[in-house]
Design a binder for this molecule. Structure first.
Ligand code: NAP
Length: 263
């Protein structure tokens, strides 16, 4: 997809990865529509990037239900949806409250699927679009302190794969982003739980999941959308993990649609 002049809605754009994604999409010529709760940060970033701010608490069903309507009324048609907002676990599952658990499942899994549901008919009506879902390498393999988070990210990556099959032959691309470690508030919060911190340090030490600079990730995502990639993953050395999880999906997808023979 050529991003020049396209409108890109980024959730979780007030800080961290979302903020950097919005910046890189804007640099690629897109008009960005920014969503998160922190109105002041969104408005300052929107001003810098020439985009629009749409303060929203995605944890509130009533605000989620009308999000695409509202953003399109306030800013114009959305061509690319980037589902990036999420929260991570900060400890063992059984030490969290039921409310924390259901809020996390809501924000990390229900919200992105719901926004895809809202966006697809609009994109089809206008002739095309692109959906980006920011998952995690935790969707493929997990470490302690990430039980609920990993479950939501696995669900999101798998759901995005199913959605891609549903959209086969239609002009909507679906890109799943699988990220290792990026130093943000989310990772810092996760590392406040000692077993998580120890596991992550070990993965860093053996260089399986070295930290990725946020700008490297954002540049890879923008390129992935421009090139219509189904999966963008960082760090690149995680390829064996990605390939192992993608294999069954690709095999079934090929079995269902057949392999195109060369003439
Ligand atoms: N950092 C990593 O190492 C890492 C690794 C793998 C995957 N990821 C994924 O990358 C994405 C971004 O993570 P990050 O590290 O940048 O996290 P972050 O720094 O904690 O940022 C999270 C963003 O989500 C927004 N958000 C949280 N709750 C919200 C709500 N109820 N309504 C609206 N917005 C809400 C926050 O904004 P407000 O607080 O202003 O609402 C913030 O902009 C997530 O999907 C995460 O799972 C991150």
């Amino acid at each position: 997809m050529e991003l020049q002049g396209k409108r890109v809605l980024v959730t979780g754009a007030s800080r961290g990865i979302g903020r950097e994604l919005a910046t890189h999409f804007a640099r690629a010529g897109a008009k960005v529509a920014l969503v998160a709760r922190d109105a002041a940060s969104l408005e300052a970033l929107a001003k810098d990037l020439g985009g629009t701010a749409h303060p929203t608490d995605l944890g509130q069903g009533a605000q989620l239900d009308r999000l695409l309507d509202r953003v399109e009324d306030e800013a114009g048609p959305v061509d690319v949806l980037v589902n990036n907002a999420a929260s991570a676990a900060e400890g063992a599952l059984w030490k969290q409250t039921g409310q924390e658990l259901s809020s996390r499942v809501w924000l990390n899994l229900v919200v992105p699927l719901e926004l895809c549901r809202q966006a697809v008919p609009r994109m089809l009506e206008r002739g095309g679009g692109h959906l980006v879902n920011v998952a995690s390498l935790a969707a493929l393999a997990s470490v302690p302190g990430m039980t609920a988070y990993a479950a939501t990210k696995a669900g999101l990556a798998h759901g995005a794969s199913a959605l891609r099959d549903e959209l086969k032959g239609l002009p909507i691309g679906v890109t799943t982003v699988l990220v290792g470690g990026v130093r943000t508030e989310l990772l810092e919060a996760g590392e406040s739980y000692e077993p998580f911190h120890r596991s992550f340090e070990r993965l860093r030490k053996i260089q399986l999941v070295p930290d990725t600079p946020v700008e490297v990730l954002a540049a890879a995502v923008v390129l992935g959308v421009e090139q219509g990639k189904r999966t963008v993953w960082v760090p690149k050395r995680a390829l064996p993990l990605v390939a192992a999880v993608e294999a069954p999906r690709k095999i079934v997808s090929l079995a269902l649609t057949g392999i195109k023979r060369r003439a």
